[in-house]
Ligand binder design. Structure first.
Ligand SMILES: C[S@@+](CC[C@H](N)C(=O)[O-])C[C@H]1O[C@@H](n2cnc3c(N)ncnc32)[C@H](O)[C@@H]1O
Length: 245
């Protein structure tokens, strides 16, 4: 056992516990804490887990949805099979992925969409935060399209400029919207979770969440770069550039 492994486990009880209980990721405890506080997933629910690899949240979703539940997980990376769930490889920004998810759901409508989606970190906080905001906005659009009225949506997002736009966009689609930082998030972490409950019958104002957030960014003096100027390494991401006078 390496000294580093020992120190990390000693410092991080969530990591230690996750390993002991057979969860694939310590992040399982973040969902458990969210679930305990907000009861997002109910028995028998159909649940979509966006950004599910390696599968910690999917494992918790299966436990919570129980018998009669249906859990579909999707990620860019392949997730090893998890008994009780359908896990697929797919990019949530692609129409073909949404079609495949819908095929798996068949006649069922989703009751909960849980998203721990996160970009591959570049180490430049502004860039990572911008991509996180766009990914979470996309997850909100997917949830808004696929959830049945009354359904719930949660997503991770990095704190920073534009997050208020995401919160406002969520308020046009859900009756109850708030933010929550589980204690299982690392102390120095800048992530938070947007908790949205009770999907409305219809989105107020129409349009997509992406359009709503882009409008918000423009209103706070941030313009979003044209597609062809994006970093080729990252397919998505609001490039936030202060407006020129
Ligand atoms: C923090 S990890 C999720 C951990 C997971 N909740 C667990 O408990 O095991 C975030 C995931 O989001 C995925 N992701 C990022 N962009 C994505 C996209 N466009 N479509 C689908 N998944 C994406 C990443 O591949 C990564 O595996």
């Amino acid at each position: 056992m390496s000294k580093r492994w020992y120190q990390e486990n000693k410092r991080d009880p969530w990591r230690r516990d996750a390993k002991a209980k057979g969860y694939r990721a310590r992040s399982a405890y973040k969902l458990k804490q969210i679930q305990e506080k907000f009861g997002i997933i109910r028995r028998g629910d159909a649940v979509l887990d966006i950004g599910c690899h390696p599968g910690g949240w999917t494992q918790v979703a299966i436990e919570e949805a129980g018998e009669g539940g249906l859990v579909v997980g999707v990620d860019l990376l392949a997730t090893s099979p998890i008994e009780g769930a359908i896990v697929m490889v797919g990019d949530i920004t692609e129409e073909s992925t949404i079609e495949e998810i819908s095929n798996h759901l068949g006649d069922r409508k989703l009751n909960a969409v849980i998203s721990d989606i996160s970009p591959r970190l570049t180490g430049r906080y502004d860039t990572d935060q911008a991509i996180s905001l766009e990914l979470s906005t996309m997850a909100l659009d997917v949830a808004s399209d696929l959830l049945s009225p009354g359904g719930c949506f949660i997503t991770k997002v990095f704190q920073g400029a534009g997050i208020e736009g995401l919160v406002d966009a969520a308020k046009l689609r859900f009756s109850v919207v708030g933010r929550y930082s589980p204690t299982a998030s690392r102390t120095a972490s800048s992530e938070t979770y947007l908790i949205c409950q009770k999907r409305l019958q219809m989105t107020n104002g129409g349009g997509t969440a992406m359009e709503d957030v882009q409008r918000h960014l423009a209103s706070i003096g941030i313009v979003v770069d044209e597609e062809d100027e994006k970093d080729p390494e990252t397919k998505v991401g609001f490039r936030k550039i202060p407006k020129r006078e």
